[in-house]
Ligand binder design. Structure first.
Ligand code: FAD
Length: 380
C-alpha cells in the first residue's frame, strides 16, 4: 500500500501521482535485472529529467522544478521505494549541482546550470578520498594554478556515477591550510587526465556505479573554480546538509517498500491454519515496522520544513539521516524475517532492500558522524 501523504497543493499531488506512474512503468520493470547485472540505468535519469523530476528543488528560472524540500523529498522517497539506486542517483545529482547553483557566478550558472538541471548532464560529487572519508579535511588531491588554468592531481574515492557522469564537482586542495585550503571545481567529463578505476564490487546498490576518479594532470580553465579559493570545504559541507535529507528520504522509501512487501506476504502466507498476519507475534513486528517508517517520514519532513523556511536545519538533517537510515536497516531486516525462508532468497526483493539499507548508514557521513554533529550541537 503506498504511503498516505498530506500534500499542501494540487500541484504537489500531481507530482506524486506522476512519480508513482513513472515508478510503475519505467523503474519497476527494470530494477531486478539492473541490480543483478550492475547495468547503469542512464536512460532512467533522462526520463526523470524530461518529466521534470530530477532537479525539483532548484528554481524554475534555471530549469529546476521550483519545489520546496518538503515536496522534493517526498518525490525522492517514492523513487527510492521503487529503486534505491535511482533515488540515490537523483539525490547525488542534486548535490553535485548545489555548489554551482549556490556559489557560482551569474556567468557560470548561465553557462552550465540549464543542462545540469534539465538532466541533459548527469553529475557526480567528489569529496571522499581513500584515507579521507569521515574526515574530508584530510584530503590530498591538489589543484595548482598555472596561468589561466588549474591543474588537478589526486584520486577521489567512492564516487557515485564515477565514469558515467557528464560533470564532476571536485574538491581539491589549493593550499596546505587544513580545512581552509580546499577549493571546489567544475570538471566536465572528457577533460584530458580525468580517469576512472573499475567500479567497486559492492554488496548492494549495484545499479549505482561507484568508482575512484583519478585526476592525472587534469587541466581546467581557471573560471571552473566555484566560489573562491579556500571555500571548498564549507561549500561541500553546506551541500551535505541537504544531501543528508535526500538520503533520509530514499531510506524511508526503501523501508516503505520493505513494509509493503512484508504486509502483502503476511496476508497471503498461512501457518497454523491462518494468515501469519493474524498471529499477534508477527503482527506486532509489522506494527513496529509501520511505526518506524512513519517516524522516519515525520523526522525528515520536520527538517525539510525548517530548510524551506530558511531556518538553520543542520542538526535536524543529521537527526533525520540517523533516524531514517537506522530505521531502514531495522525494517528491511525485519521484512526478511516476516518472509521466513522466502525472504532469504532472491525471489523476493527484501534481501536486496536489506543490503541496500546498510549503505544508507555509511554514506553522506556515517551514522557515527551524524551522532558527532548532533552531540556537538548539544554541547554548544
Ligand atoms: C556506495 C557508496 C557511495 C558513495 N558515494 C560517494 C560520493 O558520491 N561522493 C563522495 O565524496 N563519497 C562517497 N562515498 C564515500 C562515503 O561518504 C564514505 O565512505 C563515508 O563518509 C565514510 O568514510 P570511510 O569509508 O572512509 O570510513 P572511515 O572514515 O574510515 O570510517 C570508518 C569507521 O570509523 C567511524 N568513525 C570515523 N571517524 C569517527 C569519529 N570521529 N567518531 C566515531 N566514529 C568514527 C566511521 O563511522 C566508520 O564506522 C560513498 C560510499 C559508498 C560506500
Amino acid at each position: 500500500m503506498p504511503a498516505t501523504r498530506h500534500l499542501p497543493t494540487s500541484e504537489s499531488e500531481d507530482l506524486i501521482a506522476l512519480t508513482r506512474e513513472i515508478a510503475a512503468k519505467e523503474l519497476a520493470p527494470r530494477v531486478d535485472d539492473a541490480e543483478r547485472t550492475g547495468a547503469f540505468p542512464r536512460e532512467v535519469f533522462a526520463t526523470l529529467g524530461r518529466a521534470g523530476l530530477l532537479t525539483l528543488p532548484y528554481p524554475e528560472e534555471f530549469g529546476g522544478g521550483g519545489q520546496p524540500y518538503e515536496i522534493y523529498l517526498q518525490v525522492l522517497e517514492e523513487i527510492g521505494a521503487a529503486w534505491a539506486s535511482v533515488g540515490v542517483g537523483v539525490s547525488v545529482h542534486a548535490l553535485s549541482c548545489f555548489p554551482l547553483f549556490a556559489y557560482g557566478t551569474d556567468e557560470q550558472r548561465a553557462r552550465w546550470l540549464p543542462d545540469m538541471l534539465s538532466g541533459e548532464r548527469l553529475g557526480a560529487y567528489c569529496l571522499s578520498e581513500a584515507h579521507a572519508g569521515s574526515d574530508p579535511a584530510a584530503m590530498r588531491a591538489k589543484a595548482v594554478r598555472d596561468g589561466d588554468s588549474y591543474v588537478l592531481n589526486g584520486a577521489k574515492a567512492w564516487t557515485t556515477h564515477g565514469g558515467k557522469a557528464d560533470f564532476y564537482t571536485v574538491m581539491a586542495r589549493t593550499s596546505a591550510e587544513k580545512s581552509r585550503g580546499i577549493s571546489c571545481f567544475h570538471v566536465p567529463a572528457g577533460t584530458p587526465g580525468l580517469e576512472f578505476d573499475a567500479p567497486e564490487d559492492k554488496m548492494g546498490l549495484m545499479g549505482s556505479t561507484t568508482a575512484t576518479v583519478r585526476l592525472v594532470d587534469a587541466r581546467v580553465p581557471a573560471d571552473h573554480l566555484i566560489g573562491h579559493e579556500g571555500q571548498g570545504l564549507s561549500i561541500a559541507l553546506a551541500g551535505l546538509d541537504a544531501g543528508r535529507l535526500g538520503i533520509a528520504a530514499v531510506a524511508t522509501g526503501l523501508a516503505q517498500g520493505a513494509l509493503d512487501t512484508a504486509v502483502a506476504y503476511a496476508k497471503e502466507r498461512e501457518a497454523f491454519g491462518k494468515a501469519i498476519i493474524d498471529h499477534q507475534g508477527l503482527a506486532f513486528v509489522l506494527a513496529d515496522m509501520a511505526a518506524a517508517v512513519e517516524s522516519s517520514r515525520a523526522t525528515y519532513l520536520a527538517a525539510a520544513r525548517l530548510k524551506d523556511a530558511d531556518r538553520p536545519y543542520g542538526r535536524e538533517a543529521s537527526i533525520a539521516k540517523l533516524v531514517a537510515t537506522d530505521n531502514a536497516m531495522k525494517v528491511t531486516t525485519d521484512a526478511v524475517q516476516v518472509l521466513g525462508g522466502a525472504g532469504y532468497t532472491r525471489d523476493f526483493p527484501v534481501e536486496r532492500f536489506m543490503r541496500e539499507a546498510k549503505v544508507m548508514q555509511i554514506f553522506e557521513g556515517t551514522n557515527q558522524i551524524q551522532r558527532l554533529v548532533i552531540s556537538r550541537h548539544l554541547a554548544r
